[in-house]
Design a protein around this ligand. Sequence first.
Ligand code: KIV
Length: 273
Amino acid sequence: MSRKTIHDIQAKTGKEKITCLTAYTAPIARLLDQHVDILLVGDSLGMVLYEYENTLPVTLDQMIEHTKSVIKATSDSCVIMDLPFGTYEESKQLALKNALTAIKDTNCAGVKLEGGTLIEETVKYITERGVPVMGHIGLQPQSVIIDGGYKIKGRDKFEWKKYIDDAVALERAGAFSVVLEGMAEPLAEEITKTINIPTIGIGASAKCDGQVLVTEDMLGLTNISPKFVKEYANLRAPIEKAVKQYVSDVKLGKFPEQQHTYQMKPSIVKDNK
Ligand code: KIV
């Protein structure tokens, strides 16, 4: 099977829900690849893998190394890489330079940027020069300092215009899809009806064209997860059980067994007699 393209993703809009999960490493990416349309190498890896307080310290180099490993381990899904905080705000030229580096170094299908009307010109500049862009509006984790926390958007109707304008601006700029994060269901529904590119929701209700979750959250591998996360499995328990068994086996001399142990070659044993 060949990799899904951004056009395959767009073709599903309104017909079939689009599925997306995050992947940061080869083992997880390999497991998810056959099942989801999009694998997002999200900058959430800063919090999930590196224990950063937020996503802001994540660097382009980190994103590139993780994306490379996800690409190497997969063959079917459309892989999108987050451009981290500080790599696209300064100028559209810098944004293009970093977006091109992402594409050339990793072979990913596109990059994701947070922001709406404010980055319209940047998104237009990048897409017109050949780099597909996924937008990200609503709750923008890279704005955590300026927002004073992670706040759900659109619960008051007077806020709606800003987010609808953001979505329309991204579509106009050429984004191929847009993540709607942390927003009230009616706003997500309104945006999804207003624009023609697919909306991918996270904490933005079932009214979106598709859904994304952080894989470690839905597998029960993170400590705190927000209300919008459904824990489809709790892998903490089986992992802990296996680790306890290993430690006990090692202490009791039950591991390694003969089947895990190398012996001398028969000829060498003979020569040494
Ligand atoms: O960084 C990330 O993983 C994301 C998704 C949660 C949408 O941006």
